[in-house]
Design a protein around this ligand. Structure first.
Ligand SMILES: NC(=O)c1ccc[n+]([C@@H]2O[C@H](COP(=O)([O-])OP(=O)(O)OC[C@H]3O[C@@H](n4cnc5c(N)ncnc54)[C@H](OP(=O)(O)O)[C@@H]3O)[C@@H](O)[C@H]2O)c1
Length: 331
């Protein structure tokens, strides 16, 4: 099969190559999937570039231990492991390989991949391959951030910083679907997009600074981390929830980890309630995501679709930090 293989760290065009490799074999609890669509998410470009430096402790010191990037997937089951009884070859599925670990698994920037059966569900017929293959990491993160971690309900005042990106486009829609009053922060060319997703108010960050609005929001989901946490916290009501959901600037050895640590300390002092969100891929969460997508309350915003042969360009596009929604790799 063909796969995009990474031999070292660096610029996508230099380190990602399309080569022929053996089709992986499904373990007893896995399924082998013929990938029809996948997408680019933050771990893919971070591991491609090998930044921040500390990430290499988990991903591989000189080169990534897992040489194929990609975790979201939509595709057709080609074979099932001995213990898998509820899926069979020919089934159309979607899900993700993501386990929270950078150093294990197979990768989806390939013709075939192996995924634990517990991390895929049947693909709803209503979703295209591209939509299903781009929904999971960003969609689940946004769903869990708003519904569970952020406890969004009717009337909650939510601010989404980075509302036009992969996570942000989903987060605006989930918060809206859960009954919140949503304010989205984005650049000038995306104001109409974010409004169309259900934001009552859109802040163009080139004209207004949301951190100057003191005591206004019950929840801030920060997908950018471009302000110090104590500055961002000014926008919250006392005891409001702050989710610093971003790697921020991944330069140097530690990237923005010190900034995230400072946010946690702020929480201990009781000023605001700082919480983390983890993208947990399991069938229950995938089914909840699928229900929102099938109902039409939430849609997958796709910026652009690249063929597998141009995966390096797709990763480079994400590294511009100007993606509008998800970047898809299909075909
Ligand atoms: N907790 C988890 O498990 C989890 C899972 C997935 C992702 N994440 C994190 O979520 C973060 C966002 O991921 P993503 O996929 O949404 O990234 P992304 O798609 O690359 O985000 C791009 C967006 O960022 C916006 N942006 C850039 N600078 C901005 C600024 N100063 N103010 C407001 N918006 C700005 C851009 O908006 P404009 O073009 O409009 O300027 C663009 O739409 C990442 O840091 C990632 O680490 C966490």
């Amino acid at each position: 099969m063909t796969a995009i293989v990474q031999r070292g760290y660096g610029a996508p065009e230099q380190v990602l190559r399309m080569v022929r490799v053996a089709v992986p074999e499904a373990g007893d609890d896995d399924v082998l999937v013929r990938v029809r669509a996948t997408s680019v998410n933050t771990p893919d470009w971070l591991v491609t570039a090998g930044v921040p430096g500390i990430l290499r402790l988990a991903a591989g010191l000189r080169r990534p231990n897992l040489q194929v990037r990609g975790s979201d997937l939509a595709g057709v089951v080609a074979a099932v492991g001995a213990n898998v009884t509820d899926l069979r070859p020919g089934d159309e599925v979607f899900g993700s390989l993501w386990t929270g670990s950078l150093g294990t698994g197979h990768g989806t920037f390939a013709e075939y991949t192996v995924v634990p059966a517990a991390q895929v569900i049947p693909k709803p017929a209503r979703l295209s391959w591209e939509e299903a293959g781009a929904a999971v990491m960003s969609g689940l993160t946004a769903l869990l951030a708003s519904r569970d971690v952020g406890q969004v309900g009717p009337g909650t005042r939510v601010l989404v910083n980075g509302a036009s990106g992969g996570v942000g486009t989903f987060a605006v829609q989930f918060a809206r679907a859960l009954g919140a009053h949503v304010t989205g922060v984005c650049g000038p060319r995306n104001v109409e997009l974010v409004r169309s997703l259900g934001a009552e108010r859109v802040i163009d960050y080139t004209k207004e600074d949301f951190t100057r609005e003191t005591g206004r929001y019950d929840l801030v989901l920060d997908n950018v981390l471009n302000h110090p946490p104590k500055v961002t916290a000014r926008a919250l009501v006392p005891g409001g929830i702050y989710i610093p959901n971003s790697i921020g600037s991944p330069t140097g050895l530690l990237g923005s980890f010190p900034r995230i640590a400072r946010a946690r300390l702020m929480s201990r002092r009781g000023a605001v309630d700082v919480r983390a969100v983890q993208c947990v891929v399991n069938r229950e969460n995938l089914a909840a995501l699928a229900a929102f997508l099938v109902s039409g309350d939430v849609r997958v915003v796709i910026d652009r679709t690249y063929p597998l042969a141009e995966a390096a360009a797709a990763v480079a596009h994400m590294m511009t930090h100007r993606a509008r929604g998800q970047i898809v790799i299909a075909g």
